[in-house]
Design a protein around this ligand. Sequence first.
Ligand SMILES: Nc1nc2c(ncn2[C@@H]2O[C@H](COP(=O)(O)OP(=O)(O)OP(=O)(O)O)[C@@H](O)[C@H]2O)c(=O)[nH]1
Length: 354
Amino acid sequence: MTLSELNMKAEALFRHPVPVSTVKMDAPMYTPEQARFDRVVKLTSQVLKVPVVNLSLVDNDHLWLKHTVGMQPSVVSRAGSCCGYVAQQDGYLEIPDLRVSRHRFNSVFGANGNEMRFYAGYPVHDARGRTIGSFCIMDDTPRVLSAQEREWMFDLKEIAEGQLHSVELSQLKHDMEHALVESKRDGVTDALTGVWNRKGILHILEQKLNVSERTGETLGVVYADIDHFKRINDTYGHAIGDEVLVQVADRIRLMLRNYDALGRIGGEEFLVLVLDPAPNAAQRIAERIRQAIEQRPVATRAGDLMVSMSLGVAVRHDEQQQATSTALMAEADRCLYQAKNAGRNCVHGPELSA
Ligand SMILES: Nc1nc2c(ncn2[C@@H]2O[C@H](COP(=O)(O)OP(=O)(O)OP(=O)(O)O)[C@@H](O)[C@H]2O)c(=O)[nH]1
């Protein structure tokens, strides 16, 4: 095609604009710079011997020069830009000499200050086929691409688009995995306090029991129950009771290490699992929890409330190969019962209950 024929073709396209698809701002190119895209634009500049190559994103108003050779990465107005037009038309555009084109495209200058005369650009699509940008080359002297050069440019555009799709799909995979983990968590966490629910903590108890059997570490099970919680509910209402539950859970959490586990197994009952080589680790943690709760009042919308907890501790020692989760829970519950009978706000465990 001759220079004037190409200009006429571009002219015809311009007269029949197609609305550009709505581009989502979270499209995959809106990510930190990625070397793989920079490599494609650099290679394109070398293969086609042009000073400027841009991989851009386009939306209704703007053009983002994301990866560029010969220009500065930047955001410009889409109106009057060749790339905006390419995305709008969703087709290849080649303008041998921008100065003689009757289009009113904005003048473009390279980083070296030279005015760009030649332009060729392909639209770029996301994995679902939506137009999201353009891949273009520019030169400061007028020219026409040979069929071979146009083919190379198309191939390089395809490579860039393929890279884009792979970023997009890996993001999608990440989002799906995240959603899956979240949905799984939903089934095993307590909506009120955010700690494990009964099902979750009992599952973790089985796992920790297995580890304890294999490693010989002591597994401690702490049953922690808020004292006279019914009174709080009866006096201030259920909503205030809920506030207390949330804050008690937060305080217990602060007393634990990353590898300890906390669950709410009933109304005002919590279960803490402590796996540690030291046989008395669970008892020490239980005492720390007790102190953390009684130490200062819980601030609620009904005012500051004094709260205390009773705790029962059971441990699985190395020699007890047969200890089951049910037996450990029952033992911790028995110790908790003793702590309640002993006047509440105390810890009962193996040594203390003997
Ligand atoms: N606010 C609130 N209360 C709950 C929830 N689940 C259970 N409860 C209440 O917790 C209270 C538990 O009362 P009790 O089992 O009698 O125990 P307590 O009053 O703490 O007495 P002791 O354990 O003997 O010190 C009841 O009033 C339940 O209604 C909940 O999710 N939120």
